[in-house]
Design a protein around this ligand. Structure first.
Ligand SMILES: [Zn+2]
Length: 265
């Protein structure tokens, strides 16, 4: 039974991942995410259902369109695999609970935001602000599922939104005011507001700190490689998202561990 559930959530995740690919491609291009059905960007022929099986079709087609041979980006099966793995681990973490649904939605939005931010250095409001609203609405419902521990409610969500959106906006504004340089972008602040809506203020702090660490670890070698005068900014959204995902899975135990180490010193 447990094995079946694992397989089910992996397959569900990879199917959702297939839809996330559509969102990643279409939302920044301001196209509808429901129609028309997926087509090959090369020959514009609609993709047949049997060529649209997550992960598997890419392997069977050897990464090329069946009709015209246009190369299909490895990113498509990657996003499907990633979403599948995340959903499987979310099931392991939360079991068959309402929290599972909440965090499947949360991670799905983070994946879409991250890849759009990588491509276009923007985070569309429909995702970030939409995520704030959705996270808050879900926080109203979450306390009714009493088996929840710890119980996450409206106030947790509100504090998270306030810290993620409000306080960080103030910091970014002050930074810009004094240095005349843009620090954190508006999109990142709205993203942190959304992280707060789903994870509370602790999740905001955790994502900001760990996201900065990830960003530095990846960013410094990249800056050396590309030359340090490069205005080519590395988007912060994917790192914040990664921080938030680590928080969902391991946040509490990592915070405990950190305090243990700090108090012993
Ligand atoms: Zn084609």
């Amino acid at each position: 039974m447990i094995v079946m559930a694992h397989i089910f959530f992996f397959l569900l995740g990879s199917a959702i991942g297939s839809f996330l690919n559509v969102c990643i491609y279409r939302i920044p291009r301001e196209k509808s995410i429901v129609k028309p059905p997926s087509a090959c960007p090369g020959c514009e022929k609609p993709i047949r259902p049997y060529d649209n099986i997550p992960i598997l079709s890419y392997i069977l087609l050897k990464g090329k369109c069946r009709n015209c041979g246009t190369k299909i980006s490895i990113r498509y099966p990657f996003v499907e695999l990633l979403t599948g793995i995340f959903f499987l681990f979310l099931y392991r973490q939360f079991g068959f609970t309402f929290e599972l649904v909440v965090f499947m939605i949360f991670l799905a939005i983070l994946i879409v935001i991250s890849f759009i931010d990588l491509d276009f250095q923007i985070i569309p409001d429909i995702l970030s602000i939409g995520g704030v609203v959705l996270g808050f609405v879900l926080a109203i419902i979450r306390p009714f599922f009493r088996y929840l521990d710890p119980r996450f409610g409206i106030l947790d969500s509100l504090y998270g939104i306030a810290l993620g959106g409000g306080l960080l906006f103030a910091i970014a504004w002050l930074y810009q005011f004094f240095t005349k340089r843009e620090g954190m972008g508006g999109g990142d602040i709205k993203l942190l507001g959304m992280i707060g809506a789903f994870c509370g203020w602790k999740g905001v702090v955790f994502s900001l700190v760990s996201g900065s660490v990830f960003g530095t670890v990846v960013g410094i070698p990249l800056m050396i490689l590309k030359g340090r005068d490069s205005k080519y900014a590395i988007p912060f959204g994917p790192f914040l998202s990664l921080g938030a995902i680590v928080y969902v899975f391991k946040g509490n135990s990592l915070i405990h561990l950190l305090f243990k180490i700090l108090l012993r010193e």
